[in-house]
Design a protein around this ligand. Structure first.
Ligand code: C2O
Ligand code: CU
Length: 470
């Protein structure tokens, strides 16, 4: 009896506390809607397996994996109070948004991480349309792997959808990769596994699409759909295929491209691809999104099934997305030249490197959890890698002198990849082992901006720095 009473009381007081945290049904006293980071349960493994305890974002309900889709129009403000109901400090980064530096969420560079029980108000304008995402940026190798990410979709000011040759609707597909035990719990004891970090990172064993194993999406026959693919995995480079759906790429990392075939595509961690598919013309036809787990044997990770009455097929040519109104091409005449040399990792190693202002040998670096360097320095946060005057074009050569691929991400800016045959404009570029790339961008956004590998185990074990625009 006493037990029952106590239990009932605890349930009730929990409910009360939750109500107090979100007065007025999801709004903080400041009037901002609340984005809560909290423990939650998600059915990641196939039906029949138990649910997985995750950390997740919720806006007016429990946390979900992926987090709730935030959808706004270019030029709009995104305003949320982050309420931290996790047992760890956290911060939210709005990946790929050319944002006001103070709102970048890049703890500890642009804000201190928000302590458990505390909150932080994010309020910023999104300048460019496209497919983005938000994710934790504190202990992100752990927090993102536990589920703290969600899609952020920015619509064009004049809607593209519905025009002749465009897609009638879009479908966001968040791709993730989880390291689960056989009882579907997250593998907990290897967050600081330097062995994995010195290789390809913490690769998972369960790939989910929108938080589920092998979901099936229905398409109307002959319907043209825009898929917004987002790779939120912390390590896995995803080789994808969309056979027999006429897949064409229309944007990378939010930035429009001249449409081109996307029957196969590679998405590094943090990268996005907007892909148009045309559904088969008759009902009960199946299509699939395939992934190569690394052994050349493609597996289905999501299915598409045509259902219902056919729509009138578009006869118009695929309509390209409109250019970003606020984009300025880099001026390559007399750029500020910078270089980024990446070294370290397994099968190459580091003889010595600078860490926290001291030169250390390999053993000492490892004892500090460091395995990689940018320009000879591991995790160099004491000073910027370079400073650019606001408005200046920076041209950067990035050399990967390691045996692993890296996904280099710059905060606050998109850049043109000069060595890419299509000269794509991105915020995250994948550079293969012993490859190099050149990028250029107008440093038009003042502040302190992180630059790091988006394989988050590489980031925490050394592939991290920042630059300043002043
Ligand atoms: Cu997607 Cu530094 O982040
Ligand atoms: Cu890396």
């Amino acid at each position: 009896m006493a037990h029952t009473t106590r239990r009932a009381f605890m349930v009730q007081s929990t409910a009360l506390t939750a109500a107090m945290l979100v007065p007025g049904g999801g709004r903080a006293q400041s009037g901002l809607p609340v984005l809560r980071a909290m423990p939650a349960t998600a059915q990641l493994a196939p039906q029949g397996y138990p649910g997985t305890e995750v950390w997740a974002y919720g806006i007016s309900g429990p946390g979900t994996v992926p987090g709730p889709e935030i959808r706004v129009t270019a030029g709009d403000a995104v305003r949320y109070r982050l309420q931290n109901d996790l047992p760890q400090a956290t911060a939210v980064h709005w990946h790929g948004i050319r944002i006001d530096n103070a709102m970048d969420g890049a703890a500890p560079l642009t804000q201190p991480a928000v302590a458990p029980g505390d909150h932080f108000d994010y309020d910023f304008v999104v300048p460019d349309p496209g497919t983005y995402w938000y994710h934790s940026h504190n202990r992100s190798f752990e927090q993102v792997a536990r589920g703290l990410s969600g899609p952020l979709i920015v619509e064009d000011t004049t809607p593209w959808a519905g025009k002749a040759g465009a897609a009638a609707r879009d479908l966001t597909l968040v791709l993730d990769d989880w390291l689960l035990n056989s009882d579907a719990t997250i593998v907990e004891d290897r967050w600081d596994d330097l062995h994995a970090a010195a290789h390809a990172g913490r690769l998972g064993n369960t790939v989910t699409v929108n938080g589920a194993a092998w979901p099936e999406f229905s398409l109307r026959p002959a319907e043209r759909i825009r898929l917004r693919l987002i790779n939120t995995a912390t390590a896995r480079v995803m080789s994808l295929a969309l056979p027999e759906l006429g897949a064409r790429l229309i944007a990378v990392d939010g930035y429009p491209v001249t449409p081109r075939s996307a029957e196969t595509l590679v998405l590094a961690p943090a990268q996005r691809a907007d892909v148009i598919i045309d559904a088969p013309a008759t009902a009960e036809q199946r299509g699939a999104l395939l992934l190569d787990p690394g052994n050349g044997e493609w597996v289905d990770i999501a299915g598409f099934l045509t259902k219902g009455d056919a729509v009138t097929a578009t006869t118009a040519d695929l309509l390209a997305l409109p250019a970003w109104p606020a984009w300025q091409n880099p001026d390559l005449v007399q750029p500020q030249n910078e270089s980024l040399v990446m070294e370290g990792g397994a099968m190459r190693g580091l003889e010595k490197a600078t860490y926290q202002g001291r030169t250390m040998d390999f053993r000492e670096l490892v004892s500090h959890g460091m395995a990689w360097t940018f320009n000879g320095t591991a995790h160099g946060m004491a000073e910027p890698m370079f400073t650019a005057r606001q408005g200046r074009t920076v041209r950067m050569k990035i050399e990967n002198r390691t045996r692993f691929a890296h996904a280099v991400h710059l905060h606050g800016h998109h850049f043109q990849v000069l060595t890419d045959p299509h000269r794509d404009v991105r915020d995250t570029v994948l550079i293969g082992p012993d490859q190099s790339a050149e990028i250029a961008f107008v440093a038009d956004n003042p502040g302190k901006w992180m630059i790091h590998c988006h394989m988050l185990g590489h980031q925490v074990s050394g592939m991290m720095g920042w630059f300043s625009v002043a």
